[in-house]
Design a protein around this ligand. Structure first.
Ligand code: PRX
Length: 651
């Protein structure tokens, strides 16, 4: 990861603040400034006793741990000697309480079909599917790919893997066959669980067909389990493909949760890197679960009677931590929705809020920007008075979108938690606490207890208030990633080599005079399209894999709806491009990576601006893509005429 552009100029000045509503503060899980300060200080000074006490109090252990934390970043070990199981914590322990009859999952399909699974129902289904996995030969430590729509079987499959110690690798359903094959191979997955398809804006997303195409290039995968969701036509290969409903038929609903080491791997989740292939972020059992559990309590202030809805897809970390593991570990009732927010119309989300009386609503700025575009008449058609808390995640939220969220959805009544975190951090790191933190639109406020951030220069020096720099973590936390699957060196070099002794995952930020953190986006070349972090490098490789393309450079540019759009500069091997070739290349990228990487602009160029060592200078291209004058340093540019040609082309 490069930190070349580590000094960041802050242009955002925001002075509005909003106090938490008094009624909220009175009953919140963390309810006073003193309590927060005391927790934060204690976690900083004595992390072992802080996290150790929480782990004992909030998790179930088959065998207690001997020590809380060993080692230092990047090699830390949490709760060693302890034995636990994530599935047991999310299910079995609730069955001994009144929660056994509480709704765990309240699911709605896009066509309007619904399913409610109480904790005991979910437990039964998870045990059955865990037994199925065992019958298919899955053993503790084996990797299982889940490439599924947002249906209850996805949650069931995750918890079934966790129950027997298999490691799930979930691939977002928007990825293409090639992306599935790459991830199958990197993870060496033995089983793929998928569905015939899923519903998205009235159309079937054909998942099984993509798996079929991926199977030709996935030599480690032995068997495919298919959920019948849409009823669409699929090819079932004998002895390789099995229907989920056939496999669970008559299978016992009893399956003891395996007593796993605290550091047993729980899942791999692929995330884009700025260079090379996607990174298989690996999270482990106890530390991850403790983080997901505690942050859900602190940030969402979960109470027994809440109906909680996180609109993310489970294929991203937000869905892992805040649809499945965090809320279920806390015994919450979780709403899960399969389809698009504008199907059959733009009021769908608000209809769901009203129908299930959602009290906590967690979404992404890209969704909020779409709601704003569609207009307030949609939410205004529905009763949103059940909502008591709003959240956002995924990218910086611009203050005007924050204000709209506050006024139109929160009706000026609900605190907004702007939560900063990453796939790598496993759980929320920086966020307002809804009962106590006055919020400022656009700021994710202060670190949670146990999180010790700093804002530094490239040489690790802490910066003064209001100076933009690199956001780092100075202290380890239990839910941090442990490695990148199969590439520990890359793990160390990506996150721990830039700033000595610190974790750095690439964001720029500043801290204001009140200690509030304002995240300013990535300092490297990852683009955030509709809340999805895409590697420019992956899009470039996809383009270059086309026979006519010589070279390409991909950058983001500001996009009203998506946050960032994808602009591709392409040089051809021969001749000049035309509109027809633009269409061909767009289709090519979609096939290689998936619809989420669809280029918004493709521009042909005779040459790309490069440094003398041959590195493409994307920062210059970003200005061109955004149509703005560049004030950047061009002294390292090898050939200035290339830049002039690109600019002329613009005009
Ligand atoms: O740049 C930050 C941005 O999203 C990145 C993490 O992306 P990912 O691993 O896909 O996880 C997204 C969901 C946790 C961060 O490095 N980001 C996330 N939340 C915020 C944010 N930027 C500003 N404010 C946030 N609240």
């Amino acid at each position: 990861m490069s930190v070349d552009n580590a000094s960041i100029e802050s242009v955002l000045k925001e002075t509005r603040t909003f106090d938490p509503p008094a009624t909220f503060a009175e009953q919140a899980n963390i309810r006073s400034e003193e309590q927060y300060n005391e927790m934060w200080q204690r976690a900083k000074d004595d992390p072992a006793s802080f996290w150790g006490e929480l782990a004992t109090e909030h998790l179930h252990w088959f065998k207690p741990f001997d020590s809380v934390m060993e080692g230092k970043m990047p090699e830390t070990n949490w709760f060693s000697g302890g034995k636990t199981n994530v599935s047991y914590n999310c299910l079995d322990r609730h069955l001994e309480t009144d929660r056994r009859n509480k709704a765990a999952l309240i699911w709605e399909g896009e066509p309007g079909d619904t399913r409610v699974l109480r904790y005991q129902d979910l437990h039964r289904e998870v045990c059955r599917f865990a037994n199925v996995l065992k019958k298919l030969g899955v053993e503790t430590g084996d990797r299982v790919t889940l490439y599924m729509p947002m249906i209850p079987e996805l949650t069931i499959a995750m918890l079934a893997c966790a129950r027997i110690g298999a490691v799930h690798s979930i691939i977002f359903g928007g990825f293409s066959a090639d992306a599935v094959a790459d991830r199958n191979n990197d993870a060496q997955a033995r089983i793929v669980v998928t569905a015939d398809g899923g519903w998205r804006r009235g159309k079937e997303v054909q998942l099984k067909a993509a798996v079929d195409a991926a199977m030709d290039k996935s030599p480690t995968v032995e068997k495919v389990v298919v959920v019948k969701r849409t009823g669409g036509d699929v090819d079932m290969v004998p002895d390789r493909d099995f229907w989920w409903h056939d496999l669970v038929e008559g299978v016992s609903a009893e399956c003891d949760a395996v007593e796993l080491d605290a550091e047993h791997p729980l899942f791999i989740l692929y995330t884009s890197g700025s260079t090379g292939k996607p990174k298989g972020v690996l999270h482990t059992t106890a530390g991850y679960l403790l983080g997901a559990t505690m942050t859900s309590q602190w940030v969402f202030d979960l109470r027994e009677d809440d109906t909680y809805w996180c609109t993310a897809d489970i294929g991203w970390i937000t869905g892992h931590s805040y649809i499945t593991y965090g809320p279920l570990s806390n015994g919450a009732s979780v709403v899960m929705y399969e389809g698009g927010p504008n199907w059959p119309d733009e009021g769908r989300f608000w209809e769901i809020v009203e129908k299930y009386q959602v009290s906590i609503f967690y979404t992404a700025p890209t969704a909020i920007r779409a709601f704003i575009k569609w207009g307030r008449q949609w939410p205004e058609k529905h009763d949103l008075s059940s909502i008591r808390l709003l959240g956002t995640v995924g990218e910086p939220i611009n203050p005007e979108a924050w204000m709209w969220y506050h006024e139109v959805i929160g009706q000026e009544r609900c605190p907004i938690v702007d939560t900063w975190w990453q796939t790598e951090t496993g759980g929320i790191m920086i966020s307002p606490l809804p009962g106590i933190t006055p919020t400022k639109p656009g700021s994710c406020a202060r670190p949670l207890p146990g999180v010790v951030p700093d804002i530094v220069t490239k040489d690790g020096t802490s910066l003064e208030a209001n100076q933009g720099g690199l956001l780092v973590m100075r202290q380890p936390w239990p839910h941090m990633l442990r490695t990148l699957h199969g590439d520990h060196d890359r793990f160390v070099s990506t996150y721990f080599s830039e700033i000595d002794g610190c974790y750095f995952a690439g964001d720029g930020a500043r801290r204001d005079e009140d200690g509030y953190i304002w995240v300013m986006g990535r300092v490297d070349d990852v683009i955030n399209v509709s809340g999805h972090r895409l590697s420019t490098m992956e899009v470039e490789s996809a383009l270059v894999s086309h026979e006519l393309v010589a070279e390409s450079a991909v950058v983001g540019f500001p996009h009203d709806l998506k946050g960032e759009g994808i602009c591709c500069f392409v040089t051809l091997k021969d001749g000049s491009g035309d509109d027809e070739l633009v269409k061909v290349l767009v289709k090519h990228v979609r096939e290689q990576i998936g619809a989420l990487a669809t280029p918004d602009k493709i521009r042909f160029a005779a040459g790309l601006p490069k440094t003398r060592s041959g590195k493409i200078m994307r920062r210059l291209l970003r200005d061109i893509a955004a149509g703005r004058e560049s004030v950047q340093d061009t002294t390292t540019l090898e050939d200035l005429s290339v830049l002039a040609a690109l600019r002329n082309d613009e005009e």
